[in-house]
Design a binder for this molecule. Structure first.
Ligand SMILES: [Zn+2]
Length: 195
């Protein structure tokens, strides 16, 4: 019955199923060790096989095992690549470990997490443009805009003062900060589009 119910893709299982279809043999569940001759014989053979170091049928990894092994391998390679990447130092502050199930797709907040966006610093690195902030700061980074720039001081007045003592990496996943940062980003983008 184990053979009939399994959905494994192993070659030996598929071959046994194929051969069974060509015979009149029908698989039927019976209670273990109930004295049925065939069942006792199958049990004895299974125990004999299990006692051997090697069995004469080779089992390759199952589909699930291959999928798991590949996932682990992919995660390891991805982590190595992430660790050795010269770029991405800003995003690495928040994401030290790669994960398959962590995905953010918020247009504004992605700019906070990646430092890629409307900011002068990014435009300077991307297009070689002037990267200064209108406040006079040499480089307009997301960190500067959110936590230091005097142009955005009015917006920051509504924030708890302790936020400004914290590192950005302690704040980014805190919902109230996230909301405030998104609001600022929206205003910034809107001002750049109209200027
Ligand atoms: Zn500024």
């Amino acid at each position: 019955m184990a053979i009939e119910s399994t959905e494994g893709k192993r070659r030996i299982i598929i071959e046994i199923k194929k051969k069974l279809k060509l015979t009149k043999i029908q698989l039927q569940w019976v209670r273990a060790h109930n004295g049925t001759v065939g069942n006792e014989r199958a049990d004895a053979l299974a125990k004999l096989a299990a006692s051997k170091d090697k069995i004469d049928t080779e089992f390759g990894p199952s589909e699930a095992q291959v999928r798991y092994r590949d996932k682990v391998l992919l995660a390891t390679k991805w982590q190595e690549r992430w660790n050795n990447l010269a770029k991405g130092s800003w995003t690495k502050k928040f994401f030290k470990e790669v994960k398959f199930n962590r995905l953010y797709c918020h247009f504004y907040y992605n700019q906070v997490l990646t430092s890629h966006g409307v900011f002068g610093a990014h435009h300077q690195s991307l297009y070689g443009k002037e990267g200064g902030c209108p406040c006079g700061e040499q480089l307009e980074t997301i960190d500067h805009i959110l936590l230091k720039c005097k142009i955005w001081g009015k917006e920051r007045d509504d924030w708890p003062k302790c936020w400004l003592q914290k590192d950005i990496s302690d704040l980014v996943f805190y919902s109230p900060f996230k909301k405030g940062a998104i609001d600022n980003l929206k205003k910034l983008m809107s001002s750049r589009l109209t200027s």
